[in-house]
Design a protein around this ligand. Structure first.
Ligand SMILES: C[S@@+](CC[C@H](N)C(=O)[O-])C[C@H]1O[C@@H](n2cnc3c(N)ncnc32)[C@H](O)[C@@H]1O
Length: 280
């Protein structure tokens, strides 16, 4: 079985998988399946993050509550992306909030006036509403390419490891610019395979927003993946609660050390970046 996984999860296949055609279907079917699997079989579900993680050298070492500590590396990706600007007292929208761990953490630590988490996955939104109850935090089901919000309704938009799933990335950028007030910020991080970098950069250059900063963060993400491979609730699910014959698939899904996706980022086949844009 391991050989089959090695064959399927190689960098070439990842280039195909990360095409808009496949990603659209993955987003529609795979994430709801994942949520249903967790909520059905794991009553005390702790899979509240769905990103690869992030760590710097020297380590960021941000102080965390005991309940957040198991999620340190995915949290640090949120922390670095979101704190590119001051979010206190701001109206924040997160597009592609997944299982809401980042929304909850940022709401508790950065004191925005309000935080709206949006995701395409209805099961994920139902999970978030049950799992994360905080004043000022709400979750909405919706599509990144057709946001159910009025013009200029947010001061900041956050988007983490989600935009590679959208069939029309330019349409998403136009929507972000529409819902941001003038002076608002788009705080963004994601990855692309090398074959899609040119179109990614062209869309970002055409976006109706001004580039404030850009950072290549493959090294930090690989370090985060390494650290997450040591121990996280997500990995615990793989090791102890997923049937053995599905370990290969599950390890790919968590992008653990040694997975095809890990190797693809390591070999430079994928670029992982963090951006800040402003709407003038
Ligand atoms: C890899 S997960 C990342 C989730 C979260 N940002 C995190 O870091 O834990 C990608 C998320 O994007 C969501 N997504 C995919 N396509 C979407 C779309 N068109 N509109 C809104 N969300 C979408 C998926 O349902 C999934 O929850």
């Amino acid at each position: 079985m391991a050989h089959i996984y090695r064959l399927v999860y190689n960098p070439f296949v990842y280039r195909l998988v990360y095409s808009p055609f496949v990603m659209k279907r993955l987003a529609k079917y795979a994430f709801p399946l994942l949520t249903r699997y967790h909520t059905r079989y794991h009553a005390n579900d702790d899979v509240v993050f769905l990103n690869f993680g992030y760590e710097e050298d020297p380590p960021m070492g941000i102080p965390l509550a005991a309940s957040d500590e198991p999620h340190r590396f995915p949290i640090q990706l949120y922390q670095r992306t979101a704190t590119q600007v001051d979010l206190s007292g701001k109206r924040v929208l997160e597009i592609g909030c997944g299982h809401g761990g980042g929304a909850s953490y940022l709401m508790r630590t950065l004191q925005p006036a309000s935080y709206t988490g949006l995701d395409l996955n209805p099961a994920g939104i139902a999970f978030c509403r049950k799992r994360h109850n905080l004043d000022g935090l709400e979750f909405v089901q919706g599509d990144a390419e057709n946001l159910p919000f009025g013009n200029q309704s947010f001061d900041a938009v956050i988007n983490i490891e989600s935009s590679h799933c959208y069939p029309s990335f330019p349409r998403f950028l136009a929507e972000v610019a529409r819902v941001l007030r003038p002076g608002g910020h788009f705080l963004y991080t994601d990855l692309r395979p090398q074959v899609r970098i040119a179109e990614w950069e062209a869309a970002l250059a055409d976006a109706p927003m001004r580039l404030v900063s850009r950072a290549d963060i493959e090294t930090q993400v690989l370090r985060g993946m390494n650290k997450s491979s040591e121990s996280t609730p997500e990995l615990d699910v793989v090791e102890h609660r997923v049937p053995a014959y599905l370990h290969g698939v599950a390890r790919e899904a968590t992008a653990s050390q040694g997975s095809g996706l890990y190797r693809a980022v390591q070999s430079g086949d994928f670029s992982y970046r963090m951006y800040c844009f402003a709407k003038d």
